[in-house]
Write a protein that binds this ligand. Structure first.
Ligand code: KIV
Ligand code: ZN
Length: 386
């Protein structure tokens, strides 16, 4: 059975760029947008056009250069935002306006100083206005994660009637548990008239480290678009990491859900975004971290040397990463040392290897990592011969 397609909506250039100190210039945004298209994302959220003249021109240029992907611009449910976004997206082959408003009690009462009824009216008016410019209108119910499901369903039904094509259900504050978020998506599917004619989208933040799990729960319960960023960059603890959701779906074919992403470009895309944003990727980051495919403890190294899959669920080549590495530390065993010595040209018998291992441990206790150069010196100093 062919897997159902999950649309990947990348918001690295909009929500991701909201990271403090991560300003990208127009040229950098164009380069990243080109890479995202190569990667195979379905939607590029290029920016928030009304926010600054620079963001407006960046969205305009990305709209003009992008051939296959939909190009999206964010707005609030504010007339001028929508008009400006429509202008910025004029040259896009597939333009989308992403408009919305806060729907949780906290947002309605304290941020908008409004009422549920007035918010509903603003949502409808925003979608209608956006629809007068473009066919493809996505509506976000900000803080949907903490919005009462019955009110959320009313808002969703109303904006579908007004012409929305995609409904974004953001867990803006990263509050939900996966069961809760999945149940919210299921509730909307079961209770909103016309929902079968639109795409439900997840947009999860990582404040509790649950963004990826929540996004997966969302698609398992019927969402068909995931909003995410490269390396999970974004405000506070960030957004759902694109590389994680893509590889989870790829690694679990029984879910029967897949994306259009060329996974072999994940590592180079991660490196590009990290360098341009000046945001290093943590070494133990899933999929793209420097240690994602390196093994340093003796037990694991022994297993991987015998059969890679004993401790690796992904072939590094699948994500464009260099081969798995066996890192030599004081926790490494004889098997790893023998393997690395052999790789650099020394095939020792057991007793010589035992001798090498004893000297190696002394060295490894002093150094964090023993590299090939150290091994050559060790062999020479100890006078080891095959
Ligand atoms: O997190 C959020 O709610 C957002 C919306 C503006 C889509 O980023
Ligand atoms: Zn967000």
């Amino acid at each position: 059975m062919t897997a159902q397609r999950i649309q990947i909506f990348d918001t690295t250039l909009r929500d991701g760029e909201q990271v403090p100190g991560c300003k990208l210039n127009r040229e950098e945004k164009l380069v990243i947008a080109r890479q995202l298209e190569l990667l195979g994302v379905d939607v590029i959220e290029a920016g928030f056009p009304v926010s600054s003249p620079g963001d407006f021109t960046a969205v305009q240029s990305i709209a003009a250069q992008t051939k296959e992907a939909t190009v999206c611009g964010l707005t609030r449910a504010v007339e001028n935002d929508i008009r400006v976004a429509a202008e910025a997206l004029k040259l896009a082959r597939y333009p989308r306006i992403h408009t919305g408003i806060g729907t949780s009690e906290l947002h309605v009462k304290y941020k908008l100083c409004s009422t549920q009824e007035l918010v509903l009216e603003r949502a409808i008016a925003a979608v209608k206005l956006a629809k007068s410019f473009v066919e493809d209108v996505e509506f976000y119910a900000e803080d949907a994660g903490r919005t009462d499901n019955v009110y959320l369903a009313r808002v969703c039904e109303a904006v579908i009637k007004a012409g929305a094509t995609v409904l974004n259900i953001p867990d803006t504050t990263g509050y939900c548990l996966p069961e809760e978020y999945g149940a919210k998506i299921r509730f909307l599917r079961e209770n909103v008239k016309g929902i079968e004619n639109v795409t439900l989208s997840t947009h999860c933040h990582n404040d509790l480290g649950l963004a990826t799990a929540n996004s997966i729960a969302g698609v398992v319960h019927g969402a068909r678009q995931i909003e995410c960023t490269i390396n999970g960059v974004g405000e506070r603890a960030g957004n759902t990491a694109l590389e994680e959701v893509v590889m989870i779906l790829r690694q679990h074919p029984y879910l029967n859900l897949d994306t259009n992403i060329n996974t072999k470009l994940l590592t180079e895309t991660s490196t590009m975004v990290s360098h341009m944003m000046g945001m290093p990727v943590q070494a133990n980051k899933a999929i793209v971290g420097a240690n994602a495919f390196s093994h340093s403890s003796g037990i694991h190294q022994d297993g991987v040397i015998k059969h890679r899959e004993t401790y690796e669920i992904i072939d590094p080549r699948e994500v464009g990463a260099p081969d798995s590495s066996i890192v030599l530390t004081a926790r490494s065993g004889r098997a790893a040392l023998g393997y690395r010595l052999q790789k650099i040209g020394y095939a020792f018998n057991k007793s010589v290897l035992d001798q090498a291992y004893a000297s190696f441990l002394v060295l490894a206790d002093r150094k964090k990592e023993v590299v090939d150069e150290d091994l050559h010196i060790l062999v020479e100093q100890e006078n080891l011969v095959a």
